[in-house]
Design a binder for this molecule. Structure first.
Ligand SMILES: Cc1cc2nc3c(=O)[nH]c(=O)nc-3n(C[C@H](O)[C@H](O)[C@H](O)COP(=O)(O)OP(=O)(O)OC[C@H]3O[C@@H](n4cnc5c(N)ncnc54)[C@H](O)[C@@H]3O)c2cc1C
Length: 535
């Protein structure tokens, strides 16, 4: 067993939330960042459209606030929306100070894109690969900082809380002391002790069969927090991106065609060449994502088709190539689609988790010293539906708030000692030959979430999902107790647990609102429904 490592602060995840938080604290504290795959393996690296911030001449904090709350369908926390809209412009400056480049117009001003649900152009971007640029800049900065130890291929299995301590060291209130982390070299679970932990582990798109998310998005943060006893909310609000590149066959990760493409003037039509968004919403193709995704889903079901078409061939080809160089070249080189000449086949795919681990205005979860920021957190910004490009912004705003809160707490508690923490209980001895079962279970979970907990839900479908997940989680838990720890098993267990939590939240909401639509309760219920679903 390796000697426990001790840091002031432990960060789980190396996307925009984890890295920006680490940078804010590293001048004053020792910081460890663990990330379960490569440094840049994050949803952040995939973000295309950009970051929303009220900085344009025709924009204002109030407009950004209104667009966010309007998409959120009555469930946004007004205080949080105000904070994010107000603090957004300064965070763009900070990202630039850290070395991020954004696309500029002829006069050197930041070029602003437009996306669904935004009434003005508001999206700061770097061509169509904003996330990759942000991740590059932050990682470069983090690597240069002597107080940050960035550790790749280290998967956090659980956070350490009082329940892991001996009875005499336990505090009556729950507190976090670090995390148990899988070490791929020794194939053992090590302990990293810290005075505060930030969960910045991203989303859970991979719990559904078709997703735009990278393979890291298995809901680990929510599962870890839930096991630790933190409060979780609003998991029924999974955003399905309306326009992921449709690929026949068994491919699970769908390449995203950014919302900004519709903002640029792309149109949607079905196989009968009908522009079906006309008459569905006044903003037509620029309607909020849930409206567009449901309209597409409706077309697919109505006509029994696998996809609809997204078309930019009506726009000047040179402008399309200039504005979307990454989408243009990826589709041409990998899929043989020239978007300046051919329409793009698209269908919805699981994209963004609006709910998550409940946090307060300082990103503090309901467990002392455990903070959460980024997609894993439920701050109250998105309500029942996220406005496009608000997530990178939320991540950087709340990572910064978490950093301020952690700094204050650690300075106030200078000289504190961490309790003795037992090593990970390594009693599982069974080393299964049937690894294939893990992969089958994983596929089964993803398929059933797609079939029964997708864009369109009903009590009957949710009940089916619940029964099947009950059986699966029991089997997986039994396996977990007997088997040596492996990253595959940790992820499978997390996926099964969060899938169950999603179904649980979805069953609790007896109405349709934002991203949650059920045929049994098709209307919004502002008397009983206007509240978060809290577990
Ligand atoms: C294709 C795509 C396009 C998008 N476009 C936009 C956009 O234009 N604008 C916008 O605002 N948002 C966009 N989003 C959403 C946005 O990218 C994410 O919400 C945001 O990047 C999340 O940042 P994060 O730091 O919370 O998590 P991530 O960037 O996902 O990082 C999570 C990190 O946690 C690590 N991790 C996870 N579990 C563990 C574990 N158990 N142990 C250790 N490490 C772990 C991962 O390896 C990763 O490093 C897009 C998302 C996708 C998938």
């Amino acid at each position: 067993m390796d000697k426990p490592q001790t840091y002031d602060v432990l960060v789980i995840g190396s996307g925009i939330a984890g890295l920006s938080f680490a940078l804010e604290l590293a001048d004053s504290f020792s910081v460890a960042v663990v990330t379960k795959k490569g440094q840049a393996d994050s949803a952040t690296s995939y973000a295309q459209g950009g970051i929303a911030a009220a900085i344009g001449p025709e924009d204002s904090i109030e407009l950004h606030y209104e667009d966010t709350t309007s998409a959120g369908a009555g469930l946004c926390n007004p205080e949080v929306v105000k904070i994010v809209a107000e603090e957004g412009p300064a965070k763009i400056e900070q990202l630039m100070d850290w070395g991020t480049s954004f696309t500029r117009g002829d006069k050197g001003e930041l070029e602003l894109g437009r996306e669904g649900g935004h009434r003005v152009s508001r999206i700061v971007h770097y061509a169509d690969f904003t996330g990759r640029e942000v991740e590059r800049a932050l990682l470069e900065r983090v690597r240069q900082h002597k107080n940050i130890n960035l550790m790749e291929n280290k998967l956090a299995v659980d956070v350490i809380t009082d329940r892991h301590l001996s009875a005499s060291s336990r505090k009556p209130s729950k507190r976090c002391y670090g995390a148990y982390v899988f070490n791929p070299e020794t194939k053992k679970v090590d302990m990293i002790r810290s005075r505060a932990v930030l969960l910045a582990s991203g989303g859970m798109g991979c719990v559904w069969k078709y997703t735009t998310n990278p393979s890291i998005a298995t809901g680990d943060g929510v599962a870890i927090s839930w096991r630790a006893g933190a409060r979780i909310a609003n998991l029924e609000f999974m955003q399905f991106h309306p326009t992921a590149l449709y690929k026949a066959g068994n491919k699970s990760q769908f390449f995203l065609i950014s919302e900004a493409v519709r903002g640029f003037g792309a149109i949607l039509y079905n196989h009968r060449e009908e522009r079906f968004m006309k008459g569905v919403h006044e903003l037509e193709e620029l309607a909020p994502r849930d409206v567009v995704a449901r309209a597409i889903d409706n077309e697919l079901v109505k006509w029994g088709m696998g996809h609809v078409w997204l078309d930019v061939t009506n726009l000047p080809a040179d402008k399309v190539r200039d504005r979307f160089p990454m989408i243009y070249s990826t589709l041409l080189e990998q899929y043989n689609i020239d978007i300046t000449k051919d329409p793009i086949p698209v269908s919805p795919a699981a994209h963004y988790q609006c709910g998550g681990v409940i946090t307060d205005l300082n990103a503090q979860t309901t467990i002392e010293r455990l903070y959460a920021a980024g997609e894993v957190a439920q701050t109250g910004l998105h309500g029942a539906n996220r406005l496009a490009s608000n997530s990178l912004l939320e991540a950087v705003v709340f990572a910064s708030r978490a950093a301020s809160a952690v700094k204050k707490t650690l300075l106030e508690n200078k000289g504190e000692c961490l309790p003795d923490i037992p090593h990970w209980d390594d009693s599982g001895t069974y080393d299964p030959e049937e690894w294939i079962l893990i992969s089958y279970d994983r596929q089964e979970i993803r398929q059933l979430m797609r079939s029964y907990v997708g864009i369109l839900r009903s009590d009957h479908r949710l009940k089916r999902a619940e029964l099947r997940l009950e059986l699966l989680t029991r089997e997986i838990e039994d396996y977990w107790q007997r088997t040596v720890v492996s990253p595959e098993l940790v992820e499978l267990r997390n996926m099964a647990q969060v899938a169950k939590l999603v179904v649980h939240c979805a069953m609790m909401r007896k109405e349709s609102r934002g991203l949650h639509y059920t045929t049994d309760y098709p209307d919004r219920d502002d008397i009983f429904g206007a509240r978060d679903t809290i577990i």
